[in-house]
Write a protein that binds this ligand. Structure first.
Ligand code: FMN
Length: 454
């Protein structure tokens, strides 16, 4: 007997502060005008996506004393944008990245529960720990929590948020005018939490929201990050996009779910995917090359290597070989987007190996690393590839990252989505009244036991 066709889930990543976004394109629009968010969410809804996704960057990145070009005007506040999008859309989910390192659980839980009410059950929270110390300088705690402590805080944060959301029963507001009873005794229940990170005695002020709890998304790839995902996340946003790598990630994280009493379908894995579409394979390759060249302009390539080397490399030719000098290992590379935990020396060695084995210039090396598009081909070919990943359990779908604001997903929605539908693995319409949890095929929110106190 053949197994049922697995359904593809798609999220729409608003183009923003990352090296994928091309702001120099003459058709590129504002990253802060509401018109951009409106266009983008309407496209996501036309394409029947599960959700619109906003990343978070809490501090403008600086390079040699200047704000990095891709920060443009920075990122406006996630929750305000999502609340505005909620008012102009009907079905699409609304997922915002909000970190667990600098926020407080009570305040964030009430903001997210509010969004879930405002949107009729479409709210989601990408709970990240945020990657480096430099964000901390913007906050009063000023500080730096090391990796393990950030994840300890994240686990306790998510557990406490769930306790707060669960402190109201379903239909908790009785409002029985004839009997004169507004709330039953003991509703909502008091949350007393004493942990290593938080000490809270709370009565939660937002009644249970349409989804019970907003959907929790996670992005973070270390063992601690994956563990946090297996315990709390209902969706993971990963960078594991190449087929074998995606499948290994899927097996690893889904393999950890049993320990938390969860099954495979209670967590969806939607890695980032970039794309270039053409009428022929050749045209798509040309398009991909064109996009890559505008994503990695000569000065972008130099900035990238300067951040890895930690020194001024402005004398180097981006079309020439990589610098033959050693990196400045004393410099703080954590301030930039090139930071990926590995030491500068290790990163330089990896760049050299790639560049030397294929005879690549500085710019071509950076293109290979940051602008190697996931899906390049005709709409038919791209639909077949996406379907293969999902049917063969390498992913549950993708978080699509277009390169243009705000119309970067238009072509995908209009040309690829209909072909996914023809394959029988993508919805034909939104089910009436579906919550984000329903769209993702997630089980109802289970009430959780209180976080184990030390
Ligand atoms: C795909 C992906 C997307 C991320 N997006 C954000 C983001 O928008 N804002 C942020 O502050 N951190 C973001 N992070 C960083 C994570 O919050 C995390 O701090 C970082 O990856 C370090 O944790 P790890 O060692 O477990 O990967 C992202 C990480 C990944 C892997």
């Amino acid at each position: 007997m053949s197994s049922p066709v697995r359904q593809i889930h798609l999220a729409a990543h608003f183009p923003g502060v990352n090296s994928t976004t091309v702001w120099t394109d003459p058709t590129a629009g504002s990253q802060v005008d509401f018109a951009s968010f409106e266009h983008f969410s309407r496209t996501a809804e036309r394409g029947l996506f599960d959700y619109v996704f906003l990343a978070e960057g809490l501090r403008l990145r600086e390079h040699k004393g200047r704000v990095h070009e891709l920060d443009v005007l920075g990122r406006p506040h996630t929750l305000s944008i999502l609340a505005a999008i909620a008012a102009i859309t009907e079905h699409v989910g609304l997922v915002g990245t909000l970190n667990t390192t600098f926020n407080e659980p009570y305040e964030l839980a009430r903001a997210l529960a509010t969004l879930d009410h405002l949107s009729g059950g479409r709210a989601g929270w990408n709970a990240v720990t945020s990657s480096d110390a430099f964000h901390g300088a913007n906050f009063r705690r000023g500080g730096y929590l090391d990796h393990a402590d950030r994840y300890e805080r994240a686990r306790e944060f998510a557990s406490l948020a769930k306790e707060l959301w669960d402190s109201w029963p379903d239909d908790g507001v009785r409002a029985d005018a004839s009997g004169g009873v507004f709330l039953d005794d003991g509703v909502p229940s008091r949350v007393r939490h004493r942990g290593a990170q938080f000490d809270v005695d709370a009565v939660f002020d937002v009644p249970r929201s349409p989804q019970g709890r907003p959907v929790i998304v996670q992005a973070g790839d270390s063992a601690d990050g994956r563990g946090f995902g297996a315990e709390h996340a209902e969706v993971i946003f990963s960078l594991h996009t190449r087929f074998d790598d995606a499948r290994a990630f899927y097996d690893d994280v889904k393999g950890q779910l049993g320990a938390w009493g969860r099954d495979e379908e209670s967590l969806k894995i939607l890695p980032a995917a970039t794309f270039a579409i053409g009428d022929t394979a050749e045209e798509a390759r040309e398009r991909s090359r064109e996009i890559a060249l505008s994503q990695v302009r000569p000065e972008t390539a130099l900035t990238y290597v300067e951040q890895v080397w930690g020194s001024d490399l402005s004398g180097y030719d981006p079309d020439g070989p990589l610098p033959d000098i050693d990196p400045d290992t004393g410099a703080e590379t954590a301030k930039g987007w090139a930071n990926r935990h590995a030491s500068a020396r290790k990163r330089v060695a990896a760049l050299r190996e790639l560049s030397e084995s294929e005879g690549l210039s500085i710019r071509e090396t950076v293109i290979r690393l940051t602008a190697n598009h996931t899906f390049v081909g005709t709409p038919d070919r791209i639909a077949a590839e996406i379907d293969r990943y999902v049917q063969e359990r390498a992913t549950d779908g993708f978080t699509l990252v277009g390169h243009l604001t705000p119309h970067g997903l238009d072509e995908f929605a209009d040309r690829v989505v209909p072909l996914l539908q023809e394959r029988g693995s993508y919805r034909e319409s939104y089910p009436e009244g579906a919550t984000l949890r329903d769209l993702l095929g997630l089980p109802a929110a289970r009430r959780v036991p209180a976080f184990a106190t030390p």
